[in-house]
Design a protein around this ligand. Structure first.
Ligand code: PLP
Ligand code: ZN
Length: 424
């Protein structure tokens, strides 16, 4: 099987190795397998559903040929990630005004976010290349995922975390799974730059989404989703957008499915940013050719608090290919949508709710029609950021007025007080 890393700007091709940019023009790289040689079909992927056989029990490796056709079974590091469920709820339909709205819950992955889908092939590639240290900059979930997969593989991991800007659940995971945590005195964008500067120097393999194997793994969200829908694509796929790895992966997945004729219609991608961290939205809205970074990104949704997203070119390709759109939503909209998802019994972290908030806004502005089928990607688990949830319900978030508040009631320890509290 021939696989090359191809520059998205100048088209130069390279043999896979421990680098992330084109040697000639420093463009980002795509993994390009020889599609004609892949020999895949709906039947092949369906035959692996429910399999107990390693690695096909994974919702990533079920699509092995389209994720990492080079890696041998002995190098595959997998926790049977993926296999995440779809949810419908009357409350979510009523809130958004979209009857046929489905949530795909990526918070059900082993470390609690979709990052596991990219980390599994990423760490497998590190093993294949014989790398001894892996590294990433992270707003939290990438580090939690990398720490877990690196320890599983017996590889050292170093995470660069923006000081004081990461949700507690995520930081605790990175420490627990045994990563070497470096708290950078600077924001995410600075941490990202530092990882790139130091990786060459110290022989660390970068596992941010600048690494093209991360993107390959995250394509499986789309493969799995469309398989779950009996290979009938929805009209829209709505995804929260930070560093833009996921938006990029979704576009690449759809291009490949179309090329292989595994789908006959391309769903439209809607990437949703937070208003305080919206460089991609501004670029799309202003029909610009280049991205202008946001200097001081600000949002309660820390997973998308990114001012200078690395994958903007790949993501713009995805939006164009799918006739997609880019939207922005405020922290107020994010937290209210989260409260709806949470109180439906589904639950998610703040950034994830940008998808549902975005779908609502796109319906309200007439971009999405109420009769269309819409899938919102729920990117992370409700336990990732308990502070945001609790402070919302206590009404303690600055600038946010909770529409769906659920405060604990303090009562005296007697029957009469319980009666009053419960029966009103
Ligand atoms: C990483 C992450 C995002 C943002 O995804 P990008 O690929 O960086 O655009 C959104 N939500 C959660 C929970 C994440 O962990
Ligand atoms: Zn190039």
């Amino acid at each position: 099987m021939k696989v090359v890393l191809k520059c998205i700007d100048c088209g130069e091709e390279f043999q896979p190795g421990a680098f992330y940019r084109c040697e000639k023009c420093s463009g980002l790289l795509d993994v390009i397998p020889d599609i004609a040689e892949l020999n895949v079909s709906r039947e092949l992927f369906d035959s692996r559903l429910g399999s107990r056989e390693f690695p096909y029990s994974s919702g990533v490796w079920r699509f092995r040929e389209m994720i990492h056709p080079l890696v041998e079974k002995r190098d595959i590091v997998s926790r049977a990630e993926g296999n995440t469920r779809l949810y419908r709820h009357e409350k979510v339909s009523a809130y958004t005004g979209i009857r046929d709205i489905v949530l795909k819950h990526e918070g059900e992955n082993p470390s609690g976010s979709f990052k596991d889908r990219g980390m599994s092939p990423g760490i497998s590639e590190a093993k294949r290349l014989g790398m001894e240290i892996v590294a990433c900059a992270s707003t939290g979930n990438t580090s939690a995922s990398m720490a877990a997969y690196a320890s599983l593989a017996g590889i050292r991991s170093v995470v660069f975390i923006p000081e004081g800007m990461i949700a507690f659940g995520k930081l605790s995971q990175a420490l627990a799974y045994g990563a070497h945590v470096l708290q950078i005195k600077g924001n995410f964008d600075r941490a990202m730059a530092l990882v790139q500067e130091s990786s060459m120097e110290f022989g660390m393999y970068i596992l941010n989404s600048i690494n093209p194997w991360r993107i390959e793994g995250q394509k499986s969200i789309i493969f799995e989703l469309i398989q779950q829908l009996e290979w009938n694509p929805p009209d829209w796929i709505v995804v929260p957008a930070g560093n833009l790895g996921n938006s990029s992966a979704f576009g690449k997945a759809l291009m490949e499915l179309k090329e292989l004729e595994l789908i006959d219609k391309v769903p439209r991608i809607a990437s949703v940013q937070a208003t305080g961290a919206n460089p991609f939205y501004k670029m799309w809205k202003g029909k610009k050719d280049e991205l202008d970074a946001v200097d001081k990104p600000e949002t309660i949704a820390t997973a998308i608090k990114i001012g200078n997203p690395i994958s903007w070119k790949k993501a713009m390709r995805a939006i164009k290919f799918s006739s997609g759109v880019v939207e922005e939503v405020s922290d107020q909209e994010i937290m209210d949508a989260k409260a709806i998802i949470d109180s439906s019994g589904i639950g998610c972290e703040p950034a994830s709710a940008a998808s549902v908030a975005g779908a609502k806004k796109l319906l309200d502005t007439g971009v999405i029609d109420s009769k269309e089928k819409v899938v919102c990607i729920i990117t992370g688990n409700v336990l990732k950021d308990p502070d945001a949830t609790i402070n919302y319900h206590l009404g303690k978030l600055k600038g946010i007025h909770p529409k769906f508040q659920n405060k604990p009631t303090v009562i005296d320890a007697d029957l009469e007080s319980v009666r009053k509290a419960v029966l009103g």
